[in-house]
Design a protein around this ligand. Structure first.
Ligand code: NI
Length: 182
């Protein structure tokens, strides 16, 4: 877990430093119909300083906006990186994630930071196994069900250029601005 140093407003972005001295920032969210959201993200080849900074900023942005998950293209970087933060599960960073197993089906309700003011009912796998690498470039495999499985499927879809509203069977409905989004 990262411990935070101090914060200040810098060039109109909120910038902070962790105890390793890495600069992190709250990143603006790209919103539909921004073409980056339709793009297929590229695989990450190696973990370097710029990838570490991006991951740090994605986690900080996730906390700042109280979201359940965030994919790199949503903050302007078409790279295969997602962060998921579900209460009691902690923050999960996945680089080059892939769903390797799906089990069951369930109808769930979800929203997306990149599609404000809407939510939808969508069929997702009930449980998934996802493999990828963590922020230390270590191979990891996550077995998930419930909200975590839903968030992983949603964020991995972003890396393929797919939004939940793109699934043909999704029933989309409007919500009041500012209501909870996944
Ligand atoms: Ni989303």
């Amino acid at each position: 877990m990262t411990r935070w140093g101090w914060c200040k407003v810098y060039n109109s972005a909120l910038v902070s430093y962790n105890f390793c001295g890495v600069i992190m920032a709250i990143l603006p969210i790209r919103v539909f119909p921004d073409p980056i959201l339709k793009q297929k993200s590229k695989r990450v080849r190696t973990i370097d300083g710029s990838v570490q900074r991006l991951i740090g900023s994605m986690i900080e942005t996730l906390h700042y906006i109280h979201a359940a998950g965030l994919a790199a293209p949503q903050v302007g970087f078409p790279l295969r990186i997602i962060v998921v933060g579900i209460p009691e599960k902690g923050d999960i960073v996945l680089i080059n994630p892939e769903v390797v197993r799906r089990k069951g089906e369930c109808l769930v309700d979800e929203g997306c930071l990149s599609v404000p003011d809407y939510r939808g009912e969508i069929m997702r796998a009930e449980a998934v196994t996802v493999k990828g690498r963590d922020q230390n470039w270590k191979e990891i495999r996550i077995k998930a069900d419930g909200l975590l499985a839903q968030a992983l499927q949603h964020e991995i879809d972003h890396l393929k250029g797919i939004l939940y509203i793109d699934h043909p069977e999704t029933k989309i409905y409007k919500i009041e601005p500012g209501e909870a989004e996944l």
